[in-house]
Design a protein around this ligand. Structure first.
Ligand code: PEP
Length: 251
C-alpha cells in the first residue's frame, strides 16, 4: 500500500514564531489524520516548527537543499544543516525553483541524490506549462523531468522518492486540474516510472497532486485511484483550511 501524504508548502511565509502558533492550532485538528501530514517550512522556521511538532504526528521539511556536502555556496543550505534543524523531507524541483531560479534538470538530479544519501525524503516536483499541455507535450516533458531526476539512481533508492505532479498552470492560479486530468496524468507518470525502473515500479511510488488545491475539491481528487495525496500552497497557509484538506485525504 502506498503512503498517503498531505503536504503544506508555506513558501516564503511564516517566521519561527508564526510556525509554532500554526502547529499548535493544526496538530489537534489533524490528530486522527488519514494521511501523513508534512509541512515544508522556510529554512529559518524549520527549527521552531520541528520543536513545536515534537510530540505530534506532523513532520517538518524544507523547500530546497544544496546538493554539495558543504563548501563555498553563499546563501545555500546543506542536508546536514536541514537534518540538524529537524527536517525529514525536502521539496525538490518545485516549478518556482525551476522557473524563477533557473534550476536545471541536472541540478535537480543532484539534489535528489543528496536527499537519498542523507535519509531525507525527496518530494520530486514535476509538471508541464499550459502551452506544453496545449501542444500535446505533457508526456515528453514529464518523462524528461522524471528520467533526468532519477538518472543513475539505483532502483531500490529511486523507489524511496515521492512524486508531486504540479501542472505549472495550476500553481497559485486558482485553476485546479480536473480530477480526471490528474488521474490520467498520474497514470502517465507511473508508466514513465515503469519504463525507467521496471514493470510495476510506478505503483510503488506515491504520487501527489499540487495546484490550487482547496478544501472543497479534495474528496474528488482523493477518490481517484492514482492520487496518493496533495501538495498545497495557498490553502495551507491557514491551519483550519489545511486541516480540512488533511482530514479529507481519505482513500
Ligand atoms: C505549491 O506551492 O506547490 C502549490 C501547489 O501552490 P498552490 O496550492 O497555491 O497552487
Amino acid at each position: 500500500m502506498r503512503a498517503i501524504y498531505a503536504v503544506g508548502n508555506w513558501k516564503m511565509n511564516k517566521s519561527g514564531r508564526e510556525s509554532a502558533t500554526y502547529i499548535e492550532t493544526l496538530a489537534p485538528l489533524v490528530k486522527n489524520s488519514p494521511a501523513r501530514v508534512l509541512l515544508a517550512a522556510p529554512f529559518t522556521a524549520i527549527g521552531a516548527a520541528a520543536a513545536a511538532a515534537k510530540d505530534t504526528s506532523l513532520s517538518i521539511g524544507a523547500q530546497n537543499i544544496h546538493p554539495a556536502r558543504d563548501g563555498a555556496f553563499t546563501g545555500e543550505i546543506s542536508a546536514l544543516m536541514l537534518k540538524e534543524a529537524g527536517a525529514s523531507f525536502v521539496l525538490v524541483g518545485h516549478s518556482e525553483r525551476r522557473r524563477l531560479f533557473g534550476e536545471s534538470d541536472e541540478f535537480i538530479r543532484e539534489k535528489v541524490v543528496r536527499c537519498l544519501q542523507s535519509d531525507l525524503l525527496p518530494i520530486l516536483c514535476i509538471g508541464e506549462t499550459e502551452s506544453e499541455r496545449e501542444g500535446h507535450k505533457t508526456r515528453a516533458v514529464l518523462a524528461r523531468q522524471i528520467e533526468s531526476a532519477l538518472h543513475g539512481v539505483p532502483k531500490e533508492e529511486a523507489l524511496k522518492i515521492a512524486l508531486a505532479y504540479e501542472p505549472v498552470w495550476a500553481i497559485g492560479t486558482g485553476k485546479t486540474a480536473s480530477a480526471e486530468t490528474v488521474e490520467e496524468t498520474h497514470a502517465l507518470c507511473r508508466s514513465i516510472l515503469d519504463e525507467l525502473l521496471g514493470k510495476k515500479s510506478g505503483e510503488k511510488i506515491s504520487i501527489l497532486y499540487g495546484g490550487s488545491v482547496k478544501p472543497d475539491h479534495i474528496s474528488q481528487l482523493l477518490a481517484k485511484r492514482e492520487v496518493d495525496g496533495v501538495l498545497v500552497g495557498g490553502a495551507a497557509l491557514d491551519p483550519h483550511s489545511f486541516a480540512q484538506i488533511v482530514m479529507n485525504c481519505k482513500k
